[in-house]
Design a protein around this ligand. Structure first.
Ligand code: ACM
Length: 682
């Protein structure tokens, strides 16, 4: 009986092993057999009148061709698509995104309530294509799927570093691939005002270094996003983070200018003057123009990190506050927000704001339609929901911190702060979802994709899949699979790695650099901001910029070591995992002598200490492996010295951390554990 059960589980998991969709569908049953995907592949949507479907199927054919390398010429309808209702072509919040997918050896059928549901199902379909024993195939499968949250966003800051239209377009494709449905476009900040205004042209003329989107480009991006089932929410951050506006229109500020575009990061003093009617006249004109460009009913007013120095120092602002019974700067910002809300209401817009917009909100609160985006923590999100506001979580989803995917994956929009009262059902229903945020202090068009993907896919899964979907190892397996899919879409999260390393190596072969770069992880904003003087003019061309936030190869080694240690197979025969481990440790140990000749290059010289540490870690790992394999006991003082040295080498240097220490630490722990085990038997 026991043997049979194990056999069945093995058979199912072997079939399912190749099925790695991300986000994980709500319900998925993998059968035996498969549908062949070959050059005759074609999809038809006679039963779906959604106007987006023609373009969606053309994209699908191109995708299948790119993913498989097959010349897809069509001829046999392999997939049929049906949807019951034709939704609006611009996607709406809360639209039915459910779909059902049935694949058998005879063909595949995708059914959805709406066109947008069909779009989501097509993404799942392409993720299921794998090379099988006789060709490309999709396993026989039944899927029923729908999202947990209706708002699954990605915010991109295009102000601190300019991101051309192409960057935005390819990231929209990536978002669609993981079923994200809101692109939050952070269009203005101290470092740049990035949209063409015809009414106030000095905004982009003097506030963008010439790097802005024309109105035609904005319309194009919005239309492209809508085709993919993605809403576009513009953010014009006010009343702080507005220095770039004042370069052209200093009269909007609360203190005399002149002003120039900021080149550094932080919270700056220039702040809009909330006391002058002219400010609102200007904003009425600008918002009238901008709301016409963006069809979404939501409009983001920012509202974060307001420095009130200018307000406090301005006699006219203080006199205004007194006259209106405004007690402090929070209330003054609340007054400004309400004025903005009234203007935007006129243009049919609901406002979204960072959680600071609720500070000082009690006397005359914002309209209950307001959506609060929490970046400061789950408490402010819960507070918003308790006050009747809808909310989005971004705290814990900041991609610029370069935390591992597992960190973001563990964050849940509905988990309360420790000790806090959980939300009741009505309050919980106000949490619409969340957004991964890509702030752009330390990214360029060349590196930004690698800071978003694939980690944002873990956030996408958190927001789409059921709350109980929490298996981290499964998530990483599927993250690697989806990363390959994103590659075929033209996302540059992997594509730019090798060219960046080649550039670092100059005229020498980059192989040893690649060994090092694979074994380190780039630090995020917290680890970079105090290490050197960064400005928007600083080149982002160093090891830290090429290195990834999370090392895939080190993660694999960690898994290998855990498996070896837990199965006690390390001192037995030499399995494949052990071979991979020994090969990698040897490569690390030898790398220093290969990299050293490149150290006359200034870009390489700075991280030679990290290179030396990598080789030391490799040598240490080989020695530990030898102890484990031969069953010898490591001398306690050797073990202590290695552990201490490893701890030092784990400290960041030149804005990267040496991920390679992790699997070796596991080996040392296994050795220490064996010593303790031995001792306890005595
Ligand atoms: C923010 O991170 N200041 C919204």
């Amino acid at each position: 009986m026991r043997v049979t059960l194990i056999f069945v589980l093995f058979a199912v998991s072997a079939a399912a092993a190749q099925v790695q969709p991300m986000p994980l569908p709500r319900k998925m049953v993998v059968g035996s057999g498969a549908l062949a995907i070959d050059s005759t592949f074609a999809a038809a949507s006679h039963d779906c009148a959604d106007p987006r479907m023609g373009a969606a199927l053309r994209r699908l054919h191109a995708r299948v061709a790119r993913q498989t390398g097959l010349p897809v010429v069509g001829g046999k309808t392999t997939l049929t698509v049906a949807c019951r209702t034709v939704g609006a072509t611009y996607p709406a919040l809360g639209e039915d995104e459910s779909y059902r997918l049935d694949v058998s050896a005879e063909g595949a059928r995708l059914t959805a309530e709406t066109g947008v549901g069909a779009l989501r199902g097509l993404e799942t379909f392409t993720q299921l294509i794998v090379p099988g024993p006789r060709g490309f195939q999709i396993a026989n499968i039944h899927i029923e799927d729908q999202p947990r949250f209706p708002w699954r966003g990605l915010m991109m800051d295009v102000s601190r570093h300019w991101m051309p239209v192409g960057v935005v377009e390819r990231n929209l494709e990536a978002m669609a691939a993981v079923k994200m449905n809101v692109f939050h476009w952070h269009l203005s900040d101290d470092q740049g005002f990035r949209v063409e205004s015809k009414r106030y042209p000095k905004l982009q003329q003097l506030g963008s270094d010439g790097n802005f989107y024309t109105q035609d480009e904005v319309r194009h991006v919005v239309a492209h996003a809508a085709e993919l089932g993605i809403r576009v929410i513009p953010e014009f951050d006010m009343p702080g983070h507005t220095t770039a506006w004042f370069a052209g229109y200093p009269e909007l500020a609360s203190a005399l200018g002149p002003y120039a575009i900021e080149r550094t990061w932080g919270i700056f003093k220039p702040t809009m003057d909330p006391s002058r009617e002219e400010t609102y006249t200007f904003l009425d004109g600008l918002l009238g123009e901008m709301t016409a460009l963006f069809p979404d009913p939501c409009f983001h007013i920012g509202g974060d990190e307001v420095d009130d120095t200018q307000w406090k120092q301005s006699e006219s602002v203080q006199a205004f506050a007194k006259q209106h019974g405004i007690a402090n700067s929070h209330e003054l910002q609340a007054y400004f927000n309400r004025r903005l809300q009234a203007l935007l209401k006129k243009y049919g817009k609901t406002i979204v704001g960072w959680d600071e917009v609720l500070d000082g909100n009690t006397a005359s609160p914002l309209d209950s339609s307001t959506i609060i985006q929490s970046w400061r923590g789950p408490a402010s999100l819960a507070e918003a929901a308790r006050h009747g506001y809808r909310g989005l979580l971004s705290s814990g989803f900041y991609l610029d911190h370069l935390k591992p995917a597992s960190f973001h994956y563990a964050v849940d929009p509905l988990s309360a702060e420790p000790g806090a009262k959980p939300l009741d059902d009505q309050e919980a229903a106000r949490i619409l979802g969340g957004e991964a945020c890509m702030w752009s202090e330390y990214v360029s068009p060349e590196t930004v994709d690698s800071r978003i993907w694939p980690r944002a896919a873990a956030v996408a899964e958190r927001l789409w899949s059921g709350r109980e979907v929490r298996d981290v190892a499964s998530m990483y397996t599927r993250l690697t699979a989806v990363s390959r899919v994103l590659d075929t879409l033209g996302v540059q999260h992997r594509a730019n790695y090798a060219p960046m390393l080649d550039r670092l190596a100059g005229d020498r072969p980059a192989d040893p650099l690649r060994v090092l770069a694979d074994a380190v992880e780039a630090l995020g904003i917290e680890g970079r901001r105090d290490t050197r003087k960064y400005t928007s003019m600083a080149p982002l061309n160093r090891l830290v910029d090429a290195a990834r936030p999370e090392s895939e190869s080190v993660y694999r080694l960690e898994m290998d070591v855990r498996k070896l240690v837990s199965t006690h197979s390390i001192s037995g025969e030499s399995p494949a995992d052990l071979t991979e481990l020994r090969t990698m440790l040897s490569e690390w140990a030898a790398n220093e002598s290969l990299l050293a000749p490149l150290a006359d290059n200034f870009l390489v010289a700075e991280f030679m200490p990290v290179s030396r540490n990598l080789s030391a870690v490799g040598a240490m790992g080989l020695r530990a492996l030898e102890y484990l394999q031969t069953g010898q006991t490591a001398p306690p003082d050797w073990l202590n010295r290695q552990t201490e040295a490893l701890g030092k080498m784990a400290q960041p240097s030149t804005e990267v951390s040496l991920a390679a220490v992790r699997p070796v630490k596991l080996l040392l722990e296994a050795l220490a554990g064996r010593r303790t085990e031995g001792a306890s038997h005595k």
